[in-house]
Design a protein around this ligand. Structure first.
Ligand SMILES: [Zn+2]
Length: 290
């Protein structure tokens, strides 16, 4: 999905896993990785594994990626602590949002999965988790565990240096749904400044405030709710789970069904479709009460 000119989250149209590129310029020109030097692309959309850090580990379909900053560009050794900013922050946000990251391997990458020359796009990886660590050189680093999205379930191993490059079956629809979700979800979270519409909680994390986007009529089959702002709520994780499991529902007046009803916080520009609220109540087994 193109989020601004030349910046794609998820797949780039026309670029399949296994595609090869002569150099960074070509990766840039084909919108795989904008930027010619950094390992982490704008919005954390792509990373290049090219031997930049001594702490990287690569197992093929799973790779442990070290964040950026604090290293000597000539030796790759850490000479200062990394900060949770810029590219590191973008990856942390993509972890929270479930946005997958394109992984490119380059010729300097110290791994049997590195191409002998040029750069190879190796598919979409999801960030399973990230953590703060002490690197081999003694400085703070951020590490990201990336798992390939399109082969983990197929049991396919990664491509080995010099071996055949077989693109794995792709799950494009899953990925584009996650990303589409992300945009609508971000809009509603911004509107409420990450404050829960039900209980008013604003969860604080190391990355700033955190909230979840909750679809009133669920997206997936058999519900097939739309991914529009009229079908989403900005909720804290607790209220999200409670709503999804029908611990409470909403009335047509946007009052919760708690024993002491709460009034949903509604801001200008957020018009919720009553049909979705009613659908949710019907799923909860309640009779229409309008
Ligand atoms: Zn809440």
């Amino acid at each position: 999905m193109e989020v601004r000119p030349g910046v794609f989250l998820g797949e780039v149209p026309g670029v399949a896993p296994g595609a090869t590129f002569t150099n960074r310029r070509e990766l840039h020109d084909q919108n795989v990785h904008r930027g010619l030097v950094q390992g982490i692309a704008v919005e954390g959309s792509c990373i290049v594994l090219n031997g930049g850090y001594v702490d990287d580990e690569d197992l093929g379909d799973v790779t442990i990626y070290t964040g950026e900053g604090g290293n000597d560009p000539n030796t790759g050794a850490q000479v200062a602590d990394q900060q949770l900013s810029r590219g590191n922050f973008a990856l942390a946000k993509n972890f929270e949002r479930g946005v997958p990251v394109r992984v490119v391997r380059g010729p300097q990458h110290r791994s049997i999965y590195a191409p002998a020359n040029g750069y190879r796009y190796d598919g979409l990886f999801r960030i399973a988790r990230y953590w703060e660590d002490r690197g081999k050189d003694g400085y703070r680093i951020f590490r990201y565990r990336l798992e390939r999205t399109d082969s983990a379930s197929e049991g396919e191993s990664g491509t080995v240096r010099g071996g055949p490059v077989t693109p794995a079956p792709r799950r494009t629809s899953f990925v584009s749904r996650v990303i589409r979700n992300t945009r609508v979800g971000e809009d509603v979270k911004q509107l409420y400044d990450h404050r829960c519409q039900v209980c008013g909680t604003q969860v604080q994390t190391r990355n700033g405030s955190y909230a979840e986007c909750c679809h009133i009529r669920p997206l997936g089959a058999p519900h097939s709710g739309p991914d529009t702002i009229g079908n989403v709520l900005c909720l804290c994780p607790n209220c999200h789970v409670a709503f999804d499991t029908f611990a409470f529902t909403l009335s047509d007046d946007f009052l919760t069904s708690h024993s002491k009803p709460l009034k949903l916080d509604l801001r200008t520009g957020h018009q919720i479709g009553l049909e979705y609220v009613r659908y949710h109540r019907a799923c909860a087994g309640e009779l229409p009460r309008n």
